[in-house]
Design a protein around this ligand. Structure first.
Ligand SMILES: Cc1cc2nc3c(=O)[nH]c(=O)nc-3n(C[C@H](O)[C@H](O)[C@H](O)COP(=O)(O)OP(=O)(O)OC[C@H]3O[C@@H](n4cnc5c(N)ncnc54)[C@H](O)[C@@H]3O)c2cc1C
Length: 560
């Protein structure tokens, strides 16, 4: 079986959903290929309104599951209520040359159902970083190139935040912000008054605090702060492909969504010197199908995008599509989440906060921002929150003990964590493990990614500075934890198909087109030249919308 389309989008997660929406809206006939099952908004969120006592294990993960899925279970968001959206370890094996916890969601919507929805823009300093500090390769774009596209995706997705006027964390098109509680406010004031370069602000996240007409048109409503997001939100209160971009694309009449379609490879045509389509294996029937299109967007998420390109072999590209320089799969980077600080706050016992909140306080990076000044490169974003721990215990006790415990809010605690930039290096790379194939005969991905000395220096700086800041705010009994978690568990893997000016040192140009095969666009995390210190998905969305707009313009000019 074969079909012909204007565009094929591989992967229906955060970035693929955006590609489908933009291309369909601009009139292209789009085939959206997704390896996993379909997940329809509302209908396929079976646990969304369940109470803890309605789960066989009170929403805890049974031991058998933990033993069978040590990798997936390490993700904090996996519970009895969300495990159906996570890839199980044995079903999709991969080769770990070094420990790497690869957390995945193979279904329509991908990880957009599971993500924590924190969304910050990059600043000009992040795009300028590699060229200034001499690592990775220069980004072929600057903040000004992407700023209008941040606005474009923010308005549609719905991002809550405060206009803070910080150069290191540009403001966006915000819905009303969430609020800091009284302890968080006092810690923020103490930090701001003790340092000239540190600015704690309330987190920015993809939650509808005040839905606008564009959100109501999507059928989405206000976030109810239920904090049950990874089950799928029946209110559409947070942004997911399922509640937002995919149904929007479908409404145009231009979308064909094909779940259970594992993309094996992209097919290259020597004559036209373009990709002509993709080879798909139906995950249920195991039949092979070819689909053809004028342009292809690869949005299978960083690691699988690398895998698909590496597996797209032709006589022109014997080492993977677009891989003339041998750099495909290299310079993979991630975020360093290893540092955690906890502490106790005295007083405030007559103060309370109400309800739940989908974000924490965050503080943009303050290291090496304007010049290289530390004995390490780049820096880290800091997050903290203050809370009364006993309130979270509901559900563990029963009867009178439960009621008793709920009347005692307990003292205040503080939690602080880092999100460190890692430096992309050629040695941090992925490749095909030709000795091991998956259930569809596709080589497994072999992952060789690790921390380095720079990451440990950043970790130590976070420990020192975090402790100092908390002490200045009067926090007591501070403990430091190095989680020593393996790369991957941050779920912010990026790179392998990086953007750059020069085809000798990069795979993609400034429009996310493969230098060597112009009708193939890579706009998920694989395209990232460096990682910044921000949560990455907003940038993937903006790059995708920008590239889709460009692709349609080029198609009109018959350049593709
Ligand atoms: C618990 C958790 C918390 C997170 N928190 C945040 C956060 O706060 N902020 C943030 O910015 N990011 C966060 N992330 C990361 C975020 O989810 C990802 O950055 C984002 O989903 C990446 O979008 P994507 O389109 O590249 O990939 P995905 O959303 O993973 O979508 C990729 C899709 O491609 C499909 N696919 C893969 N291979 C193939 C193939 N061969 N053929 C066909 N289809 C294929 C997959 O099944 C999947 O549906 C979090 C992730 C998790 C799991």
């Amino acid at each position: 079986m074969a079909g012909k389309y204007d565009a094929i989008v591989i992967g229906s997660g955060i970035s693929g959903g955006w590609a489908a929406k933009e291309l369909c809206e601009k009139g292209l006939k789009v085939l959206l290929l997704e390896r996993g099952r379909d997940v329809k908004h509302l209908k396929d969120y079976p646990t969304a309104t369940m109470h803890p006592w309605e789960f066989p294990h009170r929403n805890k993960i049974p031991l058998d599951f933990l033993k069978e899925n040590p990798i997936a279970s390490r993700c904090y968001a996996l519970s009895e209520s969300s495990e159906h959206f996570f890839v199980k370890d044995k079903e999709h094996p991969y080769t770990q040359e070094k420990p790497f916890d690869w957390i995945r969601g193979y279904q329509v919507g991908g990880k957009s159902l599971l993500w924590a929805r924190q969304t910050q823009r990059w600043s000009k300093f992040d795009f300028e970083g590699p060229a200034r500090d001499g690592f990775a390769t220069d980004w072929p774009i600057r903040y000004e190139d992407i700023a209008p596209w941040y606005s474009h995706v923010e308005r549609f997705a719905g991002i809550s935040g405060n206009k803070d006027g910080l150069e290191t964390l540009p403001d966006g098109e915000f819905l009303p912000p969430w609020e800091m509680n009284c302890v968080e406010k006092d810690i923020a004031s103490a930090i701001r008054s003790s340092y000239t370069d540190r600015f704690p602000v309330i987190g920015r996240c993809a939650h509808l605090t005040e839905p606008q007409p564009i959100h109501l048109e999507q059928g989405r409503g206000k976030c109810q702060a239920r904090s049950l997001c990874e089950r799928g939100c029946p209110f559409g209160g947070y942004f997911s492909s399922n509640s937002s971009t995919i149904p929007w694309a479908a409404k145009t009449g231009n979308l064909e969504l094909r779940p259970n379609s594992v993309v094996h490879s992209i097919l290259y045509d020597d004559k036209s010197q373009k990709a002509r389509g993709v080879l798909v294996i139906d995950s249920i029937t195991k039949e092979q199908h070819e689909f053809e299109a004028k342009i292809i967007f690869v949005n299978a998420a960083t690691m699988n995008t690398n895998l698909i390109l590496l597996n797209s072999i032709s006589s022109r590209f014997p080492n993977g599509l677009g891989n003339d320089n041998g750099l495909l799969g290299t310079h993979v980077a991630f975020h360093n989440y290893r540092g955690i600080l906890n502490g106790r706050v005295e007083g405030y016992e007559d103060t309370y906060y109400k309800g739940r909140r989908p974000c924490a306080v965050m503080m943009p990076n303050f290291r090496n921002v304007r010049k290289q000044e530390m004995d390490f490169q780049r820096g880290y974003m800091t997050f903290y929150s203050a809370y009364r721990p006993s309130w979270g215990r509901g559900g563990e006790e029963i009867g009178a003990a439960l009621k008793e415990s709920l009347t005692d809010p307990g003292g205040w605690s503080v939690f602080m964590m880092m999100q460190g930039e890692t430096i992309p290096k050629e040695s941090n790379r992925v490749s095909l493990d030709k000795n091991n194939v998956d259930a569809w005969g596709i080589p497994q991905l072999s992952i060789n990614v690790d921390y380095d000395e720079n990451d440990l220096k950043i970790l130590n700086d976070f420990f020192e500075q975090g402790q100092e800041m908390l002490e200045k705010a009067g926090v007591k009994s501070i403990t430091k934890t190095d989680t020593k978690q393996a790369p991957g568990l941050d779920i912010h893997e990026m790179g392998g198909v990086r953007m750059g000016h020069d085809p000798k040192t990069s795979l993609l140009n400034k429009w996310n087109q493969l230098h060597a095969c112009k009708n193939v666009f890579v706009t998920d995390g694989a395209c990232m030249t460096s990682t910044g210190t921000q949560n990455p998905s907003l940038t993937f969305m903006a790059l995708t919308a920008r590239a889709a707009n460009y692709a349609v313009e080029e198609l009109k000019k018959m350049n593709l």
